[in-house]
Design a protein around this ligand. Structure first.
Ligand code: 13P
Ligand code: SF4
Length: 331
């Protein structure tokens, strides 16, 4: 199957992008691996005709929004996300209308409809630098991850209204069981993704996006880590730092809840089939795509922007919010 996938990749002039939470065999086959931010950036820049996205639906949809002329394939359309599901567009629109003076900074884990209703998209690795570039007197709605939002509130000191969504994987970690592991392995560091609950984040030695966690373990002198994020990242950590030990942080129950079932519906066989059949393919209405595009572009632009260009990017956002199509005074 691996041989066939590589053959189809040539035949289709395709590139395979994989999130670090994918099965190790899929990560191994992928041309590009990364966290949500890196994958969005690489998806914008690839020059292949076909993008095969081994990740969840919102990631593949983001790649399509950035590349309307390319074919974007997702091995299984059921690869959803609890955060995206927590924010239906009609409720989000009502929420925005209730807070028209607030700027909507929305985590990339959401649908295209919600992106289109937002001002700026962010990822876990770009949220802090984006929020810090927003004028301090502008109130912010942060959606849909309440844990990442609360962490950003703490890091930036900015008051923010938080949508009450959670990642069902990251909110499962047990602070008590992590503490027990720490006592068993003195010297081990706890590292955590900001989608975890505050009680876990407060005990972490380092907090960061998937890629930031990976970089941290490579650069640190510490030998043993208790890792509070989806267990798929352990494969890349162990591969790049074989001399170190990585212990998956335990959930607060007996199930394997540190595995994202949405990510894992993609299998090697489905990857092969989607390339062979050129299906399932992501399609998106063009008017919606255009409305969702600018908030994503703002994220990519703001991540690299200096103060002057950030102010320029932000000045095109209209507040107070006056509905999906509305425009009024600039920020
Ligand atoms: P990052 O890729 O930004 O680390 O986010 C993790 C995640 O849960 C993706 O769905
Ligand atoms: Fe969504 Fe959490 Fe799975 Fe990431 S790990 S796709 S945030 S449910």
């Amino acid at each position: 199957m691996v041989r066939e996938i590589l053959r189809l990749k040539d035949e289709l002039h395709a590139v395979i992008l994989a999130h670090y939470y994918q099965d190790s065999i899929i990560q191994e086959i992928a041309d590009i691996r990364g966290d949500s931010f890196e994958l969005s950036r690489r998806a914008r820049d690839v020059d292949a005709e076909v993008i095969v996205f081994a990740g969840v639906h919102f990631m593949a949809e983001t790649a399509k929004i950035l590349n309307p002329g390319k074919t974007v394939l997702l091995p299984d359309m059921n690869a959803g996300c609890s955060l995206a599901e927590s924010a239906p567009a009609h409720l989000f629109e009502r929420y925005r209308a209730m807070h028209p003076d607030h700027l909507a900074v929305t985590y990339i884990n959401c649908t295209a409809e919600v992106k289109a209703l937002s001002d700026i998209i962010c990822t876990s690795s770009s949220a802090e630098s984006i929020i810090e570039k927003i004028p301090s007197d502008t109130p912010i709605l942060f959606s849909p991850d309440k844990n990442l939002g609360a962490y950003m509130r703490h890091k930036t000191g900015r008051p923010m209204l938080l949508w009450q969504g959670v990642c069902t994987v990251h909110e499962q970690f047990s602070a008590q069981r992590i503490q027990a592991l720490r006592q068993r392995w003195p010297g081990a560091e706890v590292i955590a993704h900001p989608e975890c609950e505050g009680v876990v984040l407060r005990m972490a030695d380092f907090i960061g996006s998937t890629s930031a966690l990976l970089r941290y373990v490579l650069e640190s002198d510490v030998r043993r880590f208790i890792v509070a994020t989806e267990a798929g990242i352990l494969y890349e950590m162990q591969k790049t730092a074989p001399e170190k030990e990585f212990i998956a942080a335990p959930p607060d129950n007996a199930c394997a809840c540190n595995i994202c079932d949405y990510m894992k519906v993609n299998t090697l066989e489905k990857l092969y089939l989607c390339m062979r059949n050129r299906s399932p393919e992501i399609h998106i209405d063009d008017a919606l795509r255009r409305r969702a595009l600018r908030p994503i572009e703002r994220m990519l632009e703001l991540a690299d922007a200096d103060e002057v260009s950030a102010a320029q990017i932000l000045s095109e956002i209209s507040l107070p919010y006056s509905g999906a199509q509305g425009k009024s005074a600039s920020l």
